[in-house]
Design a protein around this ligand. Structure first.
Ligand SMILES: [Zn+2]
Length: 107
């Protein structure tokens, strides 16, 4: 595999840090120690669907092709991206599982 030119590597690093900064800010709202303000609640109500859109977008891009490989990664499906998302979404210690269980139990 070719190594990246230092300028390109720096640009990728900056892009990655910029993306992490957005995620850090989103996480900061949720982990804020003080009582949530109305603005925090409004932000969370907007932010949660935005984060779900990001996850759905990743899963949409990494769908399986008829031949059994990921259409983006071209590795065997489930590809590493889908495997990671699956592990995080189905982790019983995260809220995704608790939410589904709560809705299912209410039916
Ligand atoms: Zn993939």
């Amino acid at each position: 595999m070719d190594t990246l030119a230092p300028a390109v590597a720096d640009a990728f690093n900056l892009l990655q840090m910029n993306l992490y900064r957005h995620l850090d800010e989103a996480e900061f709202v949720a982990l804020k120690c003080q009582k949530w303000t109305e603005e925090d609640i409004d932000t969370a109500r907007t932010l949660i669907p935005d984060l779900v859109i990001v996850i759905r977008g990743l899963l949409f891009d990494h769908q399986v092709r008829p031949g059994g490989e990921c259409r983006i990664c071209t590795s065997a499906w489930p590809c590493p991206v889908v495997t990671l998302a699956h592990g995080l979404i189905k982790d019983p210690h995260r809220q995704f599982v608790a939410l589904v269980r709560k809705v299912h139990d209410a039916d």
